[in-house]
Design a protein around this ligand. Structure first.
Ligand SMILES: [Zn+2]
Length: 516
């Protein structure tokens, strides 16, 4: 193999920072820890765990991840301000490999309107901040924000100064998603050619997807010499999102002949990791999403199916099992034992402790009574439901409902709150689900506004489980809830209670001030 085919690209995941700060994707501490561990298992090199100065919740999460998660570099974001850098270091210092990432806008439009600073002042601020961070830890990344719209001469000057001050990674963000692949290639090539000390740092890219070009722009940067890609699971992130990790990793692998570069990504973990994020946030990826979408490997057209049967490679450039789709879908039934369940769970990427396995197995037996065939997706939903980490202040005991066209539904609902069991009976609402929601509001005393309500089928068939996700507003904040059941009214009640439990968990454990 030639020198160039050995080139390794560093995968920097910012799902927990850029992704988490976008609307609908907020996660609690336990969820962030779970996802961080999944990113390590996926083979991510650097995890950007958050923006520690943004809020006490962010700080706590970065600190917890740095303290507990081993196997990847843990990075905290900071503006070029002393208090930001100090706070970032406090958060990441317990990491096995800590990194501080400082950023400062450099484009003319940002200099003039946002920072009101001249070029010299920008360079001085960047240098001082990189030096402060280097005083804490040797691994320092510097980002000139909005680099893709910064004059190239000035960008070269800033980058050179940051490297001279000790930055070991220089990241070129296309903050507004405006770059094109050829332009990105030119910018990176110019840095390689014109910055005399560029060999002392890794060049990174951070591309946004506003024009759908984040992956293409990142790959163009790699061709021009970038050694790190910043990306997220399912491509989540501000606005239209970031470069999607699964797409860029599979493009590098599948077209190794073009890019001559490798990553440490365990590609069979891509689908399980994507599903974990979906289950935590309740935000599904579109069916035709490359690599991890439900249809990504489905060949419906007859002519394709015929070709596939004769020779798979006629229409298939990747194998579904390479990205973690399992071939056998129909697996378990009523008579399957604990060992078979544990084995299947392992196959899906879940390592259950003895106690977790017991809980999941109990749930499995209940489900197998209602549903003949338990598919992988059913099992995943069950495991996620059993291991979801929101404290359950309120749980559903039972409901009884009568409704029909043209009359007000009547509902009797019983919930458990700690040791207490409470029941209410009422006639209200526009339909059965509305009636259940109103009854839950009355019992819990938590009055919320429902902003979104969705029902998905977890698998196929008449007895398929329904997954309900709700988004509710309480005290000006949005909260999600998720419930799964073969009965869609019960799934709705569970989802609604799950949202109320999240609200309760937040008001118990102090708050996250708005704004970042
Ligand atoms: Zn970004």
């Amino acid at each position: 193999m030639s020198e160039s085919s050995q080139r390794r690209i560093i995968i920097f995941d910012t799902t927990l920072r850029d992704g988490e700060q976008s609307p609908g994707f907020s996660m609690n501490l336990a969820e962030k820890l779970e996802l961080a561990q999944a990113l390590v298992d996926l083979g991510v090199d650097v995890i950007e765990a958050g923006f520690p100065i943004a809020s006490p919740g962010d700080f706590e999460a970065v600190q917890a991840i740095a303290g507990k998660v081993r196997g990847s570099t843990i990075c905290g974001l900071a503006r070029c301000r002393d208090e930001d850098i100090d706070r970032a270091w406090q958060a990441v210092q317990k990491a096995e490999h800590p990194r501080i990432h400082v950023f400062l806008a450099t484009s003319a439009i940002h200099r003039e309107f946002k920072l009101k600073m001249g070029k010299e002042e920008i360079i001085q601020r960047a240098v001082a901040s990189v030096r402060r961070a280097v005083g804490y830890c040797p691994d320092v990344e510097f980002s000139p924000e909005d680099a893709a719209r910064t004059e190239i001469d000035f960008l070269c000057q800033v980058v050179e100064a940051a490297i001279a001050a000790g930055a070991t990674t220089v990241n070129i963000p296309d903050t507004v998603g405006y770059a094109t692949p050829a332009q990105m290639h030119n910018v990176i090539s110019a840095l390689v050619r014109r910055v005399p000390n560029i060999g002392k740092a890794v060049i990174s890219v951070h591309c946004h997807n506003d024009l759908g070009m984040a992956v293409a722009n990142s790959l163009a940067a790699v061709e021009a010499g970038a050694g790190q890609i910043e990306c997220t699971i399912n491509g989540i992130g501000e606005r239209a999102g970031n470069c999607s990790l699964e797409e860029v990793a599979m493009a590098l692998r599948t077209r190794h002949d073009v890019y001559h570069a490798q990553t440490r990504i365990q590609t069979q973990r891509l689908v399980p990791t994507s599903r974990l994020l979906t289950s935590i946030t309740g935000m599904h990826v579109q069916r035709n999403k490359a690599i991890v979408g439900r249809n990504a490997f489905a060949h419906e057209a007859g002519i394709h199916q015929d070709g596939m049967l004769k020779e798979r490679t006629t229409y298939e450039i990747m194998r579904p099992e390479d990205v973690g789709f399992t071939m056998s879908d129909l697996v378990l039934g009523k008579h399957s034992g604990r060992a078979a369940l544990a084995d299947r769970a392992r196959h899906l990427g879940y390592n259950l402790s003895g106690e977790q396995l017991n809980k999941v197995f109990d749930g499995f037996k209940v489900l197998a009574d209602k549903k003949k065939e338990i598919y992988d997706a059913d099992l995943a939903a069950l495991i996620e439901q059993q291991s979801r980490t929101v404290a359950e202040h309120w749980t559903l005991e039972s409901y009884d409902l009568s409704s029909g066209s043209g009359r007000t539904p009547e509902v009797t609902l019983t919930v458990r709150h700690g040791d207490q069991v409470q029941t209410t009976r009422m006639a209200a609402g526009d339909g059965p689900i509305d009636a259940v929601f109103l009854a839950i509001g009355k019992l819990t005393g938590v009055v919320v506004t429902c902003k979104d309500f969705r029902v998905h089928s977890v698998t196929v068939g008449q007895d398929a489980q329904g997954e309900v996700t709700v988004e509710v507003e309480y005290g000006g904040q949005l909260y999600r809830g998720r419930g799964v059941s073969t009965d869609s009214v019960e799934a709705s009640a569970r989802a609604f209670l799950n949202a109320i439990n999240r609200i309760a968990a937040v008001s118990v454990s102090a708050d996250r001030p708005a704004g970042k």
